[in-house]
Each structure stands twice: as structure tokens, then as C-alpha cells.
Design a binder for this molecule. Structure first.
Ligand code: SF4
Length: 359
């Protein structure tokens, strides 16, 4: 993190709050009230009458303006809702003016937050609106946590009898390119004293950052891993995902094999079906061979159209045949629902649409 980065209370988590209070001579047990207020209740106003005087005085001294700590309270600059009202997409403005996307997805009787890990993305996947924009910067842990808190506030206000269950990183950015911030944010998010989303309900997705997949296994991190494959030969894959030249398909599959063997966990493979590019029966058969011996689940994803890519989604017959081949080989294979399309829910599309409108 750069020297000039703002210090946010949302970056800290429980241990960090305890440490900061102790450094200023405030007893550690006051951390509980502040942590609960920030992360469980999602409060952005810390002038709480229920705080004891030492904590109130610390907040007066240390939070706001030039006093040291800020809060991550991203501003909603755009919001769209799907026609069925179940999916809501937010364009959020951060303290430095950068905008990111956060989505609340409500289907299959579950509420899922889909969040961003970076402003922009360096991976350059050709079919992705964020990839077409390029990389701006990594998000801090607090900026990642704040997206989940935003979604929880929306749920509390509009659907008070429901709760956020799942978390995925399918907004803007490649989470494993921002490893330390993402994993610190997930420590905070999975803390049952605060946000409280269990690790089993959290998925970290990657386009194939091989060293980081190996690191996740080595560190024994308890989250689900989702790998975007999109091609079963090197040529097929690197035409869609340029970063495949840096981490070739063979290395990626080996890393997944090692991850599976070390963690004993199933890996979810994402596959965006693009007509004529990666939807043939030969590709499906090759995919089956590639994943032999890895406990896998394949999610087939329809292509979300973007202005910068002229591909089209696979025809239904081709998609069903692709799925049949995989399932017949004994690999679970499902279609991801296309809920977001009428709210521009492919990552980067809301921001791209807004840039287009204001250009
Ligand atoms: S698909 Fe994901 S990894 Fe690829 S460019 Fe888009 S945001 Fe980045």
C-alpha cells in the first residue's frame, strides 16, 4: 500500500482495531463495540450513544478529517435493477473518485454479493468490458469489505427477512492479482463476530494466476476456488485470455491438480461459451481429458455482449451438446443463469455504459 493511501477503519478488522486502540492507551475490550458497529451493523455514523466514554473520545480524536482514520463509505453513482427486481447492480465511487461495480444477485432462493477487487483489470480478457478498459489500481481491504457492507445495508432496508449468504469475486478485477488485500478482506468478511459470511460460501475466482493458486493451497485458505478456463487448448485459450501466454494452460491445470490434491477441495471451472470459438464437441472432449483426475464442476456461462468484442454466445444446440459430453464423462456441469443481462451485469458493463453515455 502506498504511503499516501488513506487509513480506513474498514481496513483493520478485529485484531487491527484492538492494536490501534491499545497503541493509544485505550483498553482492548472496547474493540468489541467498535468492531460490531462497523462490521456487523454496518454503521457509517460512529457517534453512537451506546459507546463507552473511552471509545467515544478515541473516535473524536482519531476518526475523520485529518485525524488519522477514515471510513470506506462508497457513494452510489448509478444503480440498475433487473426487470424481475432480483438483481441490482451498483456503480460505486471510491474516495479517490475511481468507480467500481458491485452486484446483489437474488436467485435460486439465495442472495449473493458479486464484488470487485480492483479498479479496472490488467488481464485483458478480450470478451470482458473491464478487460477492455485496462488496469487502474488495486483496491484496499476496506474498499473490498465496504462493498459487502453496502449490499448488506440494501438487504436490511429492502428485504429485512433475508440475509446475504454467498460472496463471489466476479465484479471488476482479478482477485489473485491483488492477493494480500483480497485475503485480508476475506479474513474480515468471514469473521463471525462481524460480517459473518462463512468461508464455505465464499468463492475466489481467477483467470489463472498460477503462483497465487499454489499459494492459496500452501496457506490452507478455506475459500472455494473458481478458475475461468474458456479454452481447452493453448491456442484456443490464449486467443481469449492473453495472460495465458504468461501462465500457460498446462501449468494452470497442473496448479489446479496440485491445489485439489493439497486441499481435497472441488474446483469450479468457468467456461464462457462463444459461438465458433470454444463451443465445439472436440473442445468439450479435450476439456474432459484435461480435467481427468481433478475433482471439478464446470459452470457454462452465456457470453454477455460487449462493445469491444464481436463474438456471440453459443447456440442452444451447441451449448447442450457441450454440456452432454462433459456430463457423460462424469463431470458435473451446469448453466449459470443469465440474470444480469438486462442490468448490464457482465463485469465492467455498467461502468462502460456510463462512460459511453457521458462521452
Ligand atoms: S474477465 Fe475478469 S480477469 Fe478477465 S479482464 Fe475481465 S475482470 Fe479481468
Amino acid at each position: 500500500m502506498s504511503q499516501s493511501a488513506p487509513r480506513s477503519l474498514h481496513d483493520l478488522g478485529y485484531a487491527g482495531i484492538e492494536r490501534e486502540l491499545a497503541a493509544d492507551g485505550v483498553k482492548r475490550h472496547h474493540a468489541k463495540a467498535l468492531h460490531r458497529s462497523l462490521y456487523r451493523e454496518g454503521n457509517l455514523d460512529l457517534s453512537r450513544p451506546d459507546f463507552l466514554p473511552p471509545l467515544r473520545q478515541w473516535i473524536e480524536r482519531r476518526v475523520g478529517g485529518e485525524k488519522g482514520f477514515t471510513l470506506d463509505a462508497p457513494e452510489v453513482v448509478d444503480e440498475t435493477r433487473s426487470s424481475d427486481g432480483l438483481t441490482r447492480k451498483y456503480l460505486l465511487r471510491l474516495q479517490d473518485g475511481q468507480t467500481i461495480e458491485t452486484v446483489l444477485m437474488g436467485y435460486d432462493n439465495r442472495l449473493t454479493a458479486c464484488i470487485s477487487s480492483q479498479a479496472g483489470c490488467a488481464m485483458g480478457c478480450v470478451f470482458c468490458a473491464t478487460g477492455q478498459m485496462g488496469f487502474v489500481r488495486h483496491l484496499r481491504p476496506g474498499e473490498i469489505v465496504a462493498q459487502v457492507l453496502h449490499v448488506q445495508r440494501v438487504i436490511r432496508a429492502d428485504m429485512p427477512d433475508r440475509r446475504l449468504r454467498n460472496l463471489v469475486f466476479m465484479g471488476m478485477g482479478e482477485p489473485l492479482h491483488n492477493y494480500n488485500s483480497v485475503m485480508h478482506a476475506l479474513d474480515i468478511i468471514s469473521d463471525c463476530r462481524g460480517v459473518g459470511i462463512g468461508p464455505a460460501f465464499i468463492s475466489v475466482s481467477t483467470v489463472g494466476v498460477v503462483p497465487a493458486i499454489l499459494r492459496m493451497a500452501e496457506e490452507g485458505l478455506p475459500y472455494n476456488l473458481a478458475v475461468s478456463l474458456h479454452g481447452s487448448s493453448e491456442g484456443e485459450r490464449s486467443a481469449l485470455i492473453p495472460v495465458s501466454k504468461k501462465w500457460p494452460l498446462a501449468d494452470l491445470v497442473e496448479a489446479c491438480r496440485s491445489y485439489g490434491a493439497t486441499t481435497g477441495r472441488r474446483i469450479f471451472f468457468g467456461w464462457t461459451l462463444i459461438a465458433g470459438k470454444n463451443d465445439s464437441p472436440e473442445t468439450a472432449h479435450r476439456l474432459v481429458d484435461l480435467l481427468k483426475g481433478i475433482d471439478s464442476h464446470i459452470n457454462l456461462i452465456p457470453l454477455n455482449p460487449t462493445a469491444g468484442f464481436d463474438g456471440t454466445t453459443a447456440q442452444t444446440a451447441a451449448a447442450l451438446e457441450f454440456q452432454r459430453i462433459i456430463k457423460e464423462a462424469g463431470i458435473p456441469c451446469t448453466f449459470r443463469q443469465r440474470r444480469g443481462i438486462d442490468v448490464a451485469a457482465g463485469c465492467g458493463q455498467l461502468k462502460a455504459n456510463r462512460l459511453h453515455k457521458t462521452a
